[in-house]
Design a protein around this ligand. Structure first.
Ligand SMILES: N[C@@H](CCC(=O)N[C@@H](CS)C(=O)NCC(=O)O)C(=O)O
Length: 229
């Protein structure tokens, strides 16, 4: 019984960047886990019971208790399994990493996808707005192999799941070259480094199915927006 409770479970959704970053951390730490794929439209009683506030994935279950919100889950994982640390030890660097993760999830991702799909002020303006935000990341990764330094860490997982393995795929089917090499050489170098990391390649959603999923999402956002206007 005790052994059963210790077992780690992850409730996730295959195309979710938030789920994907948690899987990366578990794999990097070598933590065995049971993956429970969720329907994020018709939600399971288990998901509703474990995350009654947001009703979202990912949910990590450890020792029978749910841990919610991907970036908090990453912190929990790092503090619970201390091998291969993913957060900086230095308090300033740690606070900055958390700030940038929040910036990417809450500011950049909506501008780079939702606003772009709606293109209220025109597509060129939307692209410019997104690129201005992405430039902060270009500066942050300048001269480093990874955001975390020499090895992949927390920010690489957060930004990696949101930009190269989500945003770039969406921008591609929209015909937008959002992060051209000439404008963002450092980010492009970082993406190449990230592609070399085995656990990253293992965790990212399969490309073609993911692009189809992102297309469906874009269509849904567009028609909801048209109905409002
Ligand atoms: N801030 C949350 C976001 C999680 C999230 O948006 N999950 C999506 C899947 S990518 C979801 O469960 N959506 C279901 C819904 O919105 O009802 C986190 O970092 O974990």
């Amino acid at each position: 019984m005790a052994e059963k409770e210790e077992r780690v479970k992850l409730l996730g959704f295959w195309a979710s960047p938030f789920t994907c970053r948690v899987e990366m951390a578990l794999k990097l730490k070598g933590v065995p886990y049971e993956y429970l794929e969720q329907d994020i439209v018709n939600k399971s009683p288990l998901l509703l019971q474990l995350n009654p506030v947001h009703k979202k994935v990912p949910v990590l279950v450890h020792k029978g208790k749910p841990i919610l919100e991907s970036n908090l889950i990453l912190e929990y994982i790092d503090q619970t399994w201390t091998n291969n640390p993913i957060f900086p030890q230095d308090p300033y660097k740690k606070a900055t990493a958390r700030f940038l993760a929040k910036f990417v999830d809450e500011q950049l991702a909506p501008v780079g996808f939702r606003s772009l799909v709606k293109a209220e002020k025109g597509i060129e303006v939307a692209i410019k707005e997104a690129q201005e935000l992405i430039m902060f990341l270009e500066k942050e990764v300048t001269g480093k192999d990874f955001f975390g330094g020499e090895k992949i860490g927390f920010l690489d997982m957060v930004i990696g799941t949101m930009i190269p393995y989500c945003g770039v795929r969406a921008w591609e089917f929209m015909g937008i070259d959002m992060i051209p090499e000439e404008k963002f050489p450092e980010l492009n170098r970082w993406i190449k480094n990230l592609n070399e990391v085995e656990i990253v390649r293992e965790c990212v959603p399969p490309r073609e199915e993911h692009i189809e999923h992102l297309k469906r999402n874009a269509k849904r956002i567009k028609s909801a927006y048209k109905r409002q206007t």
